[in-house]
Ligand binder design. Structure first.
Ligand SMILES: *Cc1c(COP(=O)(O)O)cnc(C)c1O
Length: 354
């Protein structure tokens, strides 16, 4: 059995759109794509009159090296959000197929599934925050095509151990794709699930430059999966997903100097995360700070709504996650700069004293 047998048959047989840039490469007089022959007269506009390369070779190879894979196993997308959408659209038949998610977790999996008309099966995390692999497997139905696992998980920050991922990948072989979302992997130090793809053809891994690489505004995500899965998604991705200024920004961030700065930045976040965990745990009104492997902390408060309002009144915006199951008293606080974190602590301590 091929992993593609899980995909929608109509997508497998679809003739993809063939863009001008894909059909003919080389040449210096480019009159095949109805572009303007003149660069726009705006700052940084040189060359922006041309459609971008759909999958720029240098970027694909740089990301392949970064994530420990190869170019044929990589699809660069408009943020990993787009990769989630492409997976759901390629594998789930509307009105028939399903995805499995483990709430509380990232909301886009369910949103993309619902937009596609796929049903969403929920297998909640254990009260401890740990993923319940056996319950999750029991929730998988014959029409389940995708199982989403986020590690470190947003919004709880917990890690899914590698043996649990192996158990899932193995049990789901020939049944469903295990999509491992590693948006926060750089803050965890854990080995990437990319290393499972050689052995398991049903593992797909989501990575992004939005968090640890400071490039949320550039929208550069990556899907790593078997070449046949990547080939299928290349058929349905919009023709020119990556704006050239974003590609340039990504290449800058991934340069030698960019990587040095990134390592420094991640170390700084880890230091601040440890400090915030310790300090927040001592603030009156804080019930619990969930240990986190990401760049945020989920914090339980005696009065989450009041705390949210006090922070907001002081100009500090955090994420209200009280609507998530099991987190009815929690706010998610991103680890900021030392000064930003000090402001959070000052507001919380002032509120506690009042
Ligand atoms: C932020 C986030 C993403 C989205 O990343 P983009 O690459 O910016 O689309 C994906 N998954 C999780 C769990 C996230 O928290």
């Amino acid at each position: 059995m091929s992993v593609l047998d899980l995909a929608r048959p109509d997508i497998r047989s679809l003739a993809p759109y063939s863009s001008a840039r894909m059909e003919a490469q080389g040449g210096t007089v480019l009159l095949n794509a109805n572009e303007s022959s003149r660069s726009p007269n705006v700052p940084g506009g040189e060359g922006l009159n041309r459609y971008p390369d759909p999958q720029p070779r240098v970027l694909v190879e740089t990301l392949a090296e970064l994530y420990g894979s190869t170019a044929d196993r990589l699809l660069v997308t408009r943020g990993s959000d787009e990769a989630i959408d492409l997976l759901v659209r390629a594998f789930c038949r509307a009105g028939q197929d399903a995805v499995v998610v483990s709430p509380p977790t990232f909301g886009m999996y369910a949103v993309c599934a619902r937009i596609q008309g796929a049903s969403v099966i929920e297998s909640p995390l254990q009260p401890s925050g740990a993923l319940d692999a056996e319950a999750l497997l029991a929730a998988v139905t014959p029409t389940t095509k995708l199982v989403f696992v986020c590690t470190p998980n947003n919004p709880t920050g917990n890690l899914v151990p590698r043996d649990v991922l192996v158990r899932l990948a193995s049990a789901l072989t020939d049944r469903a794709i295990l999509v491992v979302d590693e948006a926060y992997a750089e803050f965890s130090g854990a080995t990437s699930a990319v290393t499972l793809i050689d052995e398991y053809d049903n593992v797909a891994v989501l990575r992004t430059l939005s968090k640890a690489w400071s490039l949320a505004g550039a929208r550069v995500g990556t899907l790593v999966a078997r070449a046949e899965v990547i080939g299928l998604l290349r058929r349905i991705i919009p023709p020119y997903p990556l704006p050239s200024p974003c590609v340039d920004a990504a290449l800058g961030a991934l340069s030698y100097e960019g990587r040095r700065l990134q390592r420094h930045h991640v170390q700084e976040v880890l230091g601040e995360r440890a400090r915030m965990l310790a300090e927040l745990s001592r603030v009156p009104g804080v019930r619990e700070v969930l240990p986190s492997h990401a760049n945020f902390l989920a914090v339980r408060f005696d009065d989450a709504a009041g705390t949210y309002r006090r922070l907001l009144a002081a100009g500090v915006v955090v994420r209200d996650i009280t609507r998530y199951p099991g987190l009815g008293d929690a706010l998610r606080i991103t680890v900021g700069t030392g000064n930003e974190n000090d402001r959070v602590l000052a507001v919380l301590r002032a509120g506690a004293a009042a």
